[in-house]
Design a protein around this ligand. Structure first.
Ligand code: MF3
Ligand code: CO
Length: 292
């Protein structure tokens, strides 16, 4: 029996394995992505389940956003969130997540808070801008989305950062086509943000998700060199955090979660969960009854 390292039967003087060795069956793309990048390309069944988790996420996010008005505390929004998760048979992913364990079911990030704000007793005030971030687990699968809510009359500057972060997310989504490298996403975001005199936070990134809350790959929102090509079946978040001033974030030394802008200027963020399809993308967390 001829072995792989023997000379090929054709007389080429090359090893059989380098010459006429029968071609191995092509490795599936899913196996390649898992081995090379740790990325789980989702099956059709998994996509259906994650899409369901995303639609529950949006339903809960809609209701919380519509309740966020002047005089309401973010603690009250968290209580509402607990009720809604229970009603939907969903588990709030943030509760108990990380170290120290995140203490609430949603993140509420006000004004100069970039992300990971903890709901508290402070009533919302006229002029506030608030990010509400809902991540839920339904039947073991994950969805993740966040939006900005403007309370009453918001200054021109704050409206600017809210609008710019929204447009950054829209442009990033348009960059999501199979074969495009991950860096195209950050380029779309940072090009637009800087053209509008805003900065892009680089200490937090979007992420794969679905079977876990945070999976590979990282999706940077700033200029980067990630060459990983987007592939059908990839599911990840894009959640650009855009600042009116400097990009730097400072984490609260007491609660170890709240991330604030270093200069105290406002920050805004919008987030969607995206599926890469054969022909482009599908936004899994599109809302139905929320106006922006
Ligand atoms: N969308 C945020 C993220 O992916 C939600 C954070 S929840 C927290 O990081 F528990 F980590 F704060
Ligand atoms: Co997220």
């Amino acid at each position: 029996m001829i072995s792989r390292n023997d000379p090929c039967w054709c007389g080429s003087q090359q090893k059989w394995k380098k010459c006429h060795y029968p071609a191995l069956p092509p490795k599936s793309l899913a196996l390649t992505y898992l081995k090379k990048y740790g990325i789980i390309l989702k099956t059709e069944e998994q996509i259906q389940k994650i899409a369901k988790a995303c639609s529950v996420t949006v339903k809960i996010l809609n209701a919380i956003c519509n309740t966020a008005k002047a005089g309401v505390t973010t603690e009250e929004l968290d209580v509402l969130s607990r009720e809604l998760h229970q009603k939907e048979g969903a588990i709030p992913a943030p509760l108990g997540y990380g170290n120290p364990p995140f203490p609430k079911t949603i993140c509420t990030s006000l004004n100069e808070v970039i992300c990971h704000g903890i709901p508290d007793q402070r009533p919302l005030q006229d002029g506030d801008i608030l990010n509400i971030d809902v991540s839920c687990i339904v039947d073991g699968f994950y969805g993740d989305a966040s939006r900005m809510v403007m309370i009453g009359n918001v200054s021109k500057e704050k409206r600017h950062v809210v609008d710019v972060s929204y447009e950054c997310l829209q442009r990033a989504i348009q960059a999501c086509i199979p074969g495009a490298p991950i860096w195209h996403i950050g380029q779309a975001i940072e090009d637009y943000a800087t053209s509008q005199n805003c900065s892009v936070v680089n200490q937090f990134v979007g992420h794969g998700l679905g079977l876990e809350f945070h999976e590979p790959p990282e999706i940077p929102h700033h200029y980067n060199k990630s060459q990983i090509p987007l592939a059908p079946g990839m599911i990840f978040t894009i959640e650009p955090m855009i600042n009116l001033g400097v990009r730097d974030a400072v984490i609260d030394p007491k609660d170890h979660w709240t991330a604030r802008t270093k200069d105290g200027l406002p920050s805004a963020q919008w987030e969607h969960t995206i599926l890469i399809t054969e022909t482009g993308h599908q936004v899994l967390t599109l809302g139905t009854n929320y106006e922006y």
